[in-house]
Design a protein around this ligand. Structure first.
Ligand code: HEC
Length: 136
């Protein structure tokens, strides 16, 4: 029975891996769209919906590091396997990004346009910090 289960696991693990790859790529697509929506809302000073947008970004970045199991670096992915050896740095960048989103959410709730613009810039900076090191 154990042998059979092990065999089954081996058989489906590439499927699980590719699923997690799709999930993290979808997360990035969402993140990208949310950032554009935030930009637009900032331009039009539509502060009300920004709190929701930044809340969504925060939850994406909080779960993001869980989508990189060691066996998910083959196939249709641009994730660098540097992530495996440098998880602390990778997680830290994701954490900081989540934190900026949380601060941006608070700034939106407080109607603080100046702080919002600063946090939005920090969020944009995160793309490069992470991609330059962890995306092929
Ligand atoms: C904590 C690290 C990290 C941060 C922060 C980050 N990214 Fe990414 N991003 C990645 C990695 C890793 C990949 C490659 C994922 C893969 O192909 O498996 C990626 C891939 C992408 C992709 C391609 C998705 C696809 O469909 O293949 C887009 C678009 C993207 N990122 C946009 C952004 C934008 C915009 C930002 C900032 C606003 C950002 N990312 C911030 C790590 C990050």
């Amino acid at each position: 029975m154990i042998k059979f289960l092990t065999f089954l696991l081996l058989l489906i693990s590439p499927v699980i891996a590719s699923d997690v790859i799709n999930q993290r790529q979808d997360s990035m697509q969402d993140f990208n769209k949310l950032m554009r929506a935030a930009n637009q809302s900032l331009k039009n000073s539509e502060i009300e919906i920004l709190a929701k947008i930044y809340g969504d970004i925060e939850s994406i970045m909080k779960t993001y590091p869980t989508l990189f199991p060691n066996d998910s670096f083959d196939g249709k992915t641009k994730a660098s396997n540097d992530i495996i050896d440098n998880r602390e740095i990778f997680n830290q960048i994701a954490n900081d990004t989540a934190e900026w989103a949380a601060l941006a959410k608070i700034a939106a709730e407080n109607n603080d346009l100046e702080a919002l613009q600063q946090h939005q810039q920090n969020l944009y900076g995160s793309c490069k910090s992470c991609h330059s090191r962890f995306k092929n």
